[in-house]
Design a protein around this ligand. Structure first.
Ligand code: ING
Length: 307
């Protein structure tokens, strides 16, 4: 019997600062319904899918930013999304800013099954950008001020009759993210992102933003024999142009669907999970071919050590 998940990548166009959460949730519901009409089992939304990318502004007192975070999930404003998904019998993955009861702040994604239950929660591991105000930049990327890194790492959950994993935006640039999930038998990785095309520390990378986005997800998929679903919030948000190019990547590393716009746009693909075995049981048969005994530096050391 073949195992197939029809997955939708629900790319979002920009969310401006003045847009209400209610308005955004209505956009998410419309994409969810479109995914349902196209027989999707699961629809994936971007990173921080409920608000504008607020780390682009610095506030002196972090509690002045509390209104960007959710203190529960479902929250009152996201309940209509949970209700509609459960009614339609479709799962979803949603990125949002999480403020815990004991005051911790995470960049978070939840995976919701077709029955409306939350089956997995992932908190971003690799937090990019800077921790202090850098007023000389054209825009801030102060994620390291607004979010602490997860200590939970990368989980893999049994859901949708598959081994499902999650990662968020910058995580996709790091091979360890995929490998830690690969070693747990992951078959599909869900990843939301917000990627400004202008890379302030090195503008020579601007013209390569789309190339690098595809490069990392295609290699991660191939090297771990897994499907990867990358979903953007794209377009010009508060003056900052962000990459679209949401894509669904097969375990072969091939792109099977890609967004054409930088706006709200659903793409979808039928993903045969048994394709994973073609890679994980052959040239990436980890148990047969990996050499962890010579990979010690991967976990014992962070930066470069010479000699
Ligand atoms: N964004 C970025 C990404 O990896 C980043 C990281 C930081 C881009 C600073 C540009 C400037 O695509 C997120 N949201 O992790």
């Amino acid at each position: 019997m073949t195992r197939v998940i029809t997955v939708g990548a629900a790319q979002l166009g920009p969310i401006q600062k003045a847009d209400s959460r209610e308005n955004v949730v209505a956009r998410l519901v419309a994409l969810l319904q479109q995914a349902h009409r196209n027989d999707c089992d699961l629809v994936v939304f971007p990173e921080l899918a409920l608000t504008t990318f607020f780390p682009r502004w610095f506030v002196e007192n972090i509690s002045d930013a509390d209104h960007w975070y959710e203190t529960s999930m479902p929250s009152p404003v996201t309940q209509p999304l949970f209700d509609e998904a459960k009614k339609l019998g479709i799962g979803f993955c949603l990125g949002y800013a999480e403020l815990t009861a004991d005051g911790h702040r995470f960049n978070t994604q939840v995976l919701v099954e077709k029955d409306g239950s939350i089956v997995g929660r992932y908190r971003k591991v690799h937090i990019p950008g800077h921790e202090h105000n850098e007023p000389d930049r054209p825009f801030q990327h102060a994620e390291r001020y607004y979010f602490e890194p997860s200590m939970e790492g990368f989980g893999v959950w049994n859901a949708f009759s598959a081994r499902m994993g999650m990662m968020i935006c910058n995580d996709r640039r790091w091979p360890e993210s995929y490998r830690v999930m690969g070693l747990q038998g992951v078959e599909m990785i869900l990843c939301g992102y917000n990627t400004p095309i202008h890379y302030v520390p090195d503008p020579s990378q601007d013209s390569l933003a789309g190339f690098h986005n595809a490069l990392v997800m295609q290699s991660g998929a191939y090297q771990n024999g897994t499907w990867v679903v990358g979903v953007a919030k794209g377009g010009i948000e508060e003056g900052v142009d962000s990459l679209g190019q949401s894509m669904i990547v097969a375990p072969s590393g091939q792109i099977v669907a890609q967004a054409l716009t930088t706006d709200d746009e659903l793409i979808f693909a039928r993903c045969d999970l048994d394709w994973c075995d073609r890679y994980t049981k052959t040239l990436f048969d980890f148990d047969r071919y990996r050499r962890p005994e010579v990979y010690g530096r991967i976990t014992s050391q962070r930066g470069v050590v010479e000699e």
